[in-house]
Ligand binder design. Sequence first.
Ligand code: C5P
Length: 237
Amino acid sequence: MTELILALDVADKDEALALVAPLRGHLRWVKLGLQLFTRHGPQIVECFAGQGFSVFLDLKLHDIPNTVASAIKSLRGRPCSLLTVHTLGGPEMLCFAVESAREALPTTTVLGVTVLTSMDAGQLAAIGLGHAPVDAVRLLARMGIGAGLQGLVCSPQELPVLRAEFGSGPLWVTPGIRAAGAPADDQNRTLTPAEAAAAGASHIVVGRPILKAPDPVRAVLAIQAELAQASGASFGR
Ligand code: C5P
């Protein structure tokens, strides 16, 4: 079944801890991103792993191969279950990342971010990639899988094409999740939780729709119910 990852994009650790306290036992995954990492440093990983959550550390590492490999080695021993690098760093950088993670973080799954879900065709063209998003994502996914990545981050809109080519072996982690008619904020390539589950997401990443909900716990439970129903429906097909 598709699992929910809560993106903890909040100002500080105490706010994040208060938010997740009532979710212990209801939610497995939290995503720690640049906002908390730059505020508190890498020990933020222990803080949430120590609360019983599986931690997705979303750093989207993107630099020359040696620097990315060294940054991953600096995370040695941190209890993060998922870690992101950016596939736009290219095949050599990705190979270095996979190799250094194998050595320094052997239990961590390295995911490659493809095209940010905030980008549309116009924004891709502005950075010189005149492809439709799905074609750019497919190209980056091929490169990432070829380099040994164990999963990819993309919009759920691209999943039918990616799953047709790469199957269900890799993890398919999809942000850009919005309920029908809800504000998209800065996201451009969105689907609902049920649509993402039906398209084959292994995990969906949701931030603001939960963080800004009047009752975040209720919002988490509602999304999980939607995922359960969608996966029941796809098993029944
Ligand atoms: O608030 P929202 O649900 O849009 O948050 C999405 C989260 O997923 C953010 O933490 C963002 O950094 C992350 N993300 C994304 N698109 C990607 C990769 C990660 O939105 N391609």
